[in-house]
Write a protein that binds this ligand. Structure first.
Ligand SMILES: [Zn+2]
Length: 586
C-alpha cells in the first residue's frame, strides 16, 4: 500500500492489488487447498484459475508464482503461501521482470507458434529461481492446435515447470487440458465483504463516502474487486460522497421514487401513478429503465415474501427496507407474479411502441387496471386462520393453477388490501351460432372466445377484449364488433392473430358501425349489482365482511359454469349457498 515514489497518481485497483493471500479477500477456500499442497510438498504442476473478469485471477497467479519461488528474507525459505515480498524473487515478480516467470496473454497470442515458444522454454531449467512458471491469461482463447501442442508438455511435465492458466470461460477449455490441471473457481466477493473492503480503502485514502453509497458501488461491481475499485476511483474524482451522488454516477434511479410509483400502481391509483411516472421522466429517468426498476422491485418484494434473508439488499437504507417489508406483507404472491409477467411483456413490446414513454405509460395504466382484481384464496386462508368461517370449508392449495373454464365453479376470495371479492358464473353467451361441421373445433360463442383468451393467459388481450369489444355479430371464425371508447386501435388485428394462431384457423375480425352489445365488462358490472345483495347473504362473505370492517364488497366473475352446471343451480339457491361449490377448484 505504498505510494508511488514519484508521487504520480496510481489507480486504486493497482495501488491496492493484493501482494499475498492474506490481502486477497473472499478466496479462503482456494488458499486453504494451496496451503495444504505447499506444506505437504504436493504442488500440482498446473493450476487453472477461473472466474468472472476482475475477480483476481491474474493477481492470484502472480501470488502463487511468488509463493513457488520465494526464498524468504534470509534466502533459506522454501515454497510458501506467505511469500515474504522482500526477497529478490518476490520483488522481481512484483515488478513483472522475473526471468523465470513468463506471462503470456492468450487473447493476442493464440497460435501454435506462440505456444511452441513456451514449450521450448519449458525444456530448460530455470535461470535463477526454483521453478519456471508460465502464467497464461485468457487461456481459452488458444487455438485447438495450440492446445494440442501444450498437451504433450502437460502430459509429461518437467519437474521444474509450473503452469498457471487463467480463464473467464472454463467451458471453452478442452477437457484433455482441464483433466491435467487442478482447478480453482474464484468466487465473486460477497457484498458485505466487498463493502468492508471499500470502507477500509476509502479510509486509507482519506476520502469520505458513506456506507450506503459504497454498497451501491459494491452492487454495481457484481462481486468484482477490480471493478469496485475503478468505480471508487471515479467517485473520489467526482467528489461524490452520498448515495444520491453515487446513484447519479451509476445512472440509477432513486429507489424511494421507484417504490412510490410501484405502490401507486399496486393501489390502482392510475392518475397519481401516471403523474409520478411523467415526473420521473421529466427529471431524466429513462422509461425503459423505469420499467426495469419496477420489475426489479417486483422480484425484490417476491423474494422478501419468501425470506427477508434472501432479499437483504445492503444498497437500501433502513427506511426503504422497512417500506419494502411492509409492501411485501401486503401484496399477494400471485399479484406480484402477474405484475412481473406484465412488466416483462411490456419490456419486450417496448421496441415496437411509438415511443418509450408511451409504452411505459400504457404499462402503468394496464397494471393499475388489474391491480384491484382479487388474489385467490386469501379470504379463505384468513378466515380459516381466524376461525371466522366456522372452519368447515377446506382451503384450496395456494399454488394450484386455476382450472380451465368452463369446468370450474364459483370462487370466493379477498385481496390482502381488504377488498372482498366474490366470483360467480357468467350468464349465457351473447350470441349462439350453429357450427358448420369443419368449424366445430372453434369457440362456438363469443363467450367461449373470451374463455379461450383467459385460458391462454393473455391478460392484456383479455383486458382489451373485455373492455373494448361491443359485439355486433359472432359466428365461429368471424367476429364483428364496434370498438368501445378508449379501445386500442390494433385490437381487431391482435384478436385476429391470436385466435388464428390458437385455433389454427384463419379468422375474420371486422369493425362495424352498428351499436353492438355492451362490453363484457359493462355487462359484468351490471350483473354485479344485482348479485351483490345475494352475495352479501352468504355466511362466508358475511364473516369476511365482519373481519375486514372497511372492506368493500365487489363481485367479480372469474370462472364460467358449463350450461349443465348453470342448469343445476336453481335461481333461488345461487352458487353461494353451497359451501362445497364455493371452494371447488374443479
Ligand atoms: Zn520472497
Amino acid at each position: 500500500m505504498s505510494d508511488q515514489p514519484n508521487g504520480a497518481y496510481q489507480v486504486l485497483a493497482r495501488k491496492y492489488r493484493p501482494q499475498d493471500f492474506t490481502a486477497l479477500i473472499g478466496q479462503e477456500a482456494m488458499v486453504r487447498v494451496l496451503r495444504n499442497a505447499f506444506e505437504r510438498d504436493r504442488i500440482h504442476h498446473a493450476y487453472v484459475l477461473t472466474g468472472v473478469r476482475g475477480i483476481g485471477k491474474t493477481t492470484t497467479a502472480r501470488i502463487i508464482a511468488k509463493g513457488l519461488n520465494c526464498i524468504g528474507p534470509d534466502g533459506s525459505g522454501g515454497p510458501t503461501v506467505e511469500p515474504c515480498g522482500v526477497c529478490e524473487h518476490c520483488k522481481a515478480i512484483l515488478e513483472s521482470r522475473h526471468v523465470d516467470v513468463i506471462e503470456m496473454d492468450a487473447a493476442s497470442n493464440t497460435g501454435i507458434d506462440d505456444v511452441r515458444e513456451v514449450i521450448e522454454a519449458a525444456k530448460y531449467r530455470p535461470a535463477m529461481a526454483r521453478y519456471k512458471v508460465f502464467i497464461i491469461d485468457e487461456t481459452h482463447m488458444l487455438s485447438k492446435q495450440a492446445f494440442n501442442g501444450l498437451l504433450k508438455t502437460l502430459e509429461e511435465p518437467p519437474e521444474h515447470v509450473k503452469f498457471l492458466f487463467a480463464t473467464t470461460e472454463i467451458r471453452k477449455m478442452p477437457v484433455t487440458v482441464l483433466s491435467r490441471c487442478q482447478r480453482f473457481d474464484l468466487r465473486r466477493i460477497e457484498p458485505e465483504r466487498l463493502i468492508a473492503h471499500l470502507v477500509e480503502i476509502t479510509k486509507a485514502e482519506g476520502a469520505e463516502i458513506d456506507e450506503e453509497a459504497l454498497a451501491l458501488i459494491a452492487r454495481a461491481a457484481e462481486g468484482s474487486v477490480r471493478d469496485s475499485l475503478s468505480l471508487l476511483d471515479q467517485a473520489i474524482a467526482d467528489g461524490g460522497t452520498d448515495a444520491a451522488a453515487i446513484r447519479a454516477m451509476l445512472g440509477l434511479a432513486d429507489r424511494g421514487r421507484v417504490l412510490d410509483l410501484f405502490d401507486l400502481i399496486m393501489r390502482g391509483e392510475a392518475k397519481a401513478a401516471l403523474e409520478e411516472l411523467r415526473d420521473q421522466h421529466r427529471s431524466g429517468a429513462d422509461p425503459e429503465a423505469t420499467l426495469r426498476d419496477l420489475a426489479e422491485t417486483t422480484h425484490w418484494l417476491s423474494t422478501l415474501k419468501i425470506s427477508p434473508d434472501l432479499a437483504s439488499d445492503l444498497t437500501l437504507g433502513a427506511e426503504t427496507a422497512a417500506r419494502g417489508a411492509e409492501m411485501a406483507s401486503r401484496l399477494g404472491m400471485r399479484v406480484l407474479a402477474r405484475t412481473w409477467q406484465m412488466l416483462l411483456k411490456a419490456l419486450e413490446e417496448l421496441a415496437r411502441a411509438p415511443s418509450a414513454i408511451m409504452a411505459a405509460e400504457m404499462t402503468v395504466i394496464r397494471l393499475c387496471a388489474v391491480a384491484d382484481l382479487p388474489t385467490p384464496d386469501e379470504l379463505v386462508r384468513k378466515l380459516t386462520e381466524e376461525g371466522a368461517s366456522g372452519g368447515t370449508a377446506p382451503a384450496p392449495a395456494a399454488d394450484k393453477p386455476p382450472p380451465a373454464p368452463p369446468a370450474s365453479k364459483a370462487r370466493l376470495s379477498v385481496a390482502a388490501t381488504g377488498t372482498a371479492a366474490v366470483a360467480h358464473p357468467d350468464p349465457a353467451p351473447v350470441t349462439r351460432a350453429e357450427a358448420s361441421p369443419d368449424l366445430s373445433h372453434l369457440p362456438q360463442s363469443f363467450d367461449a372466445v373470451v374463455a379461450l383468451i383467459s385460458e391462454r393467459k393473455d391478460g392484456e388481450l383479455l383486458y382489451d377484449v373485455e373492455t373494448g369489444v361491443r359485439l355486433i355479430s359472432y359466428t365461429p371464425g368471424h367476429i364483428q364488433f364496434r370498438p368501445a371508447t378508449g379501445a386500442r386501435e390494433d385490437l381487431s388485428g391482435r384478436l385476429l392473430q391470436a385466435l388464428s394462431k390458437w385455433t389454427d384457423h384463419r379468422w375474420i375480425v371486422t369493425v362495424g358501425d352498428a351499436e353492438g352489445e355492451p362490453t363484457v365488462s359493462e355487462m359484468r358490472s351490471e350483473r354485479m349489482q344485482s348479485l351483490e345483495q345475494r352475495v352479501r347473504k352468504n355466511p362466508l362473505v358475511a364473516a369476511g365482511l365482519a373481519v375486514f370492517k372497511d372492506a368493500e364488497l365487489r363481485v367479480i366473475p372469474r370462472k364460467r359454469l358449463s350450461a349443465e352446471e348453470s342448469d343445476a343451480l336453481s335461481p333461488d339457491d345461487g352458487p353461494f349457498d353451497d359451501d362445497d361449490d364455493l371452494f371447488g377448484e374443479d
